[in-house]
Design a protein around this ligand. Structure first.
Ligand code: MN
Length: 512
């Protein structure tokens, strides 16, 4: 089966995003992962643009040996010289030179004529070929370039020695049918076109970067330029993970292979997101947090019966261990039972209805039901248990000139306990007062506060996580007073901890 070459430009086009700039070490780390992913070409940078870029391209070329390493250069000698300077010790170097060919670029960027641009393109390719056998030429803004002129440019740059010709939709203007047709017409018109590989580089300004790239592949393009997570200028580039998985999942239609090890996709996406600081939207195709999460009860039930009912590819195929079933009020009995069984419960068919009703009570109050909630639910066997510790009242005195002091009264069963303490702040004082009563040494490992309603009367929700030996539990508290919410959250967590200690439930490490 014929292969589509994957040209990754995360380190060049992707890195151009404001705020995404990477250090040299980070670029090398990404390049190494791209090598594991087995991309064919890594565009490592734009050497003339800064000494840092030049240095990064050099270093990447030293440690990354398998893929072709490309550097970008405008169609001018000093760019090509700098590009070669950074690539000269690279095992498989490529000089990628470009110039704008649309009338609007010719007129306003190069400020010249089509004839001059054509000559510069030819000269640049010839000049680059003196340095390197692998030369790519890009006709920037090709999608908006006059067709006959584009044919001329492509024909002449191939004659000059370009081995790859890139037809970019630099501004994300094209539409799939139109763009596919452009590639087809070029393939049919340019006489020497089979002497070079035709590439495409699509931007996502209208959300069609991937669709345009696929249309081009169907019509003769054999190299696709793309980025991890679709990063890139403005709305980004075609996303590598989408291109690769379309080719894999719809092999029936496209009939092409890639060299990509798809099991490395998820890891690569995470790495790029972490190092660039640009998070992936949860509903992003292939790599979004929800891409394999099934929330609908009907879907959850179906996917447990047979994965292919609602999964067109397996999470494992991109390197994620399992389908994520998010338990919500829309989840059905089957998904609930499945999750409970993974937590170590044996559920009889006649029991599930009763448990399910209790589950829905919790699910109606919470957006998502977590393992701890299920453990609480199961510890009372379907009966919602009253927290062991309940806040009777709280009094806090605080300010910037006084020592924060808290007095709390807590009910445990029928007994009432009171205590006071001082602390660094009102929450600290409150927790210390509670500790006096509960006498449990725990470690607070997370404390978060957020408002859950709007306006002056907003309710605050405090979520905490505490740890005691090997047991970790969450606690939640809601109140219009954040100190009270903090106290409730702590007591909730301490109650759960006590139950956890008593009800020894064998947890398995299944992550839902
Ligand atoms: Mn671009």
């Amino acid at each position: 089966m014929e292969r589509i070459l994957i040209f990754d430009t995360t380190l060049r086009d992707g890195e151009q995003i404001p705020g995404a700039s990477l250090t040299k070490t980070e670029k090398i780390e990404i390049a190494k992962q791209l090598e594991k992913l087995n991309v064919d070409i890594i565009e490592a940078g734009f050497p003339i643009s800064s000494p840092g870029d030049m240095e990064a391209v050099k270093e990447i070329g030293k440690v990354v040996k398998k893929p072709v390493i490309a550097g970008l250069a405008r169609a001018v000698k000093k760019d090509i010289d700098a590009c070669y300077e950074s690539l000269k010790n690279v095992k498989r170097p490529r000089i990628h030179t470009f110039i704008g060919t649309s009338d609007i670029h010719v007129k306003y960027i190069t400020n010249t004529t089509r004839e001059v641009v054509l000559q510069r393109a030819i000269d640049a390719v010839k000049y680059a070929r003196n340095y390197c056998d692998d030369v790519e030429f890009s006709a920037m803004d090709a999608a908006r370039t006059d067709f006959d002129y584009l044919c001329k440019i492509v024909e002449e740059t191939i004659k000059a020695g370009a081995t790859t010709i890139n037809i970019p939709d630099s501004v994300g203007y094209a539409e799939p049918y139109e763009f596919g047709n452009l590639i087809k017409k070029l393939m049919n018109t340019v006489p020497n076109i089979n002497k070079a590989i035709i590439a495409v580089h699509c931007h996502n300004d209208l959300g069609m970067a991937t669709a345009n790239s696929m249309a081009a592949v169907l019509n003769g393009a054999r190299q696709v330029e793309c980025t991890i997570n679709g990063l890139g200028e403005r709305a980004g580039n075609a996303s590598l993970e989408e291109i690769v998985m379309i080719l894999k999942v719809r092999k029936d239609l496209f009939k092409f292979d890639t060299n990509i090890k798809t099991e490395e996709i998820y890891k690569t996406s995470k790495l790029v997101s972490r190092l660039t600081g640009i998070t992936v939207q949860p509903n992003k195709a292939i790599v979004g947090a929800n891409a394999f999460a099934h929330a609908s009860g009907i879907h959850q039930d179906a996917i447990l019966k047979k994965e292919s009912t609602f999964g067109i590819m397996t999470p494992a195929s991109i390197g994620i261990p399992g389908h994520e079933l998010v338990l919500t009020s829309r989840s059905g009995r089957h998904a609930l039972k499945h999750r409970l069984e993974h937590l170590g419960f044996k559920i009889k068919d006649k029991e599930i209805d009763e448990i399910y009703v209790k589950f829905l009570e919790i699910a109606d109050k919470k957006k998502e039901v977590f393992d701890e909630d299920l453990l609480t639910l199961m510890s009372g066997r379907g009966v919602t248990v009253k927290p062991l510790y309940q806040l009777e009242y709280i009094y806090v005195a605080t300010g910037n000139k006084i020592l924060p002091t808290a007095t709390v009264a807590i009910k445990k069963g029928d007994k009432l306990y009171k205590s006071s303490a001082t602390g660094d702040g009102p929450v600290d004082a409150t927790y210390k007062a509670i500790n006096e009563i509960v006498k449990e040494e725990v470690k607070l490992i997370d404390y978060q506060i957020k408002s859950i309603t709007k306006g002056k009367e907003a309710q605050g929700e405090v979520s905490i996580r505490i740890k005691k030996d090997a047991i970790e539990v969450n606690g939640r508290g809601i109140s219009t007073d954040i100190i009270e919410a903090s106290a409730k959250a702590y007591l909730d967590a301490l109650s759960k901890l006590e139950r956890e200690k008593q009800v020894k439930i064998k947890k398995k490490g299944y992550k839902l």
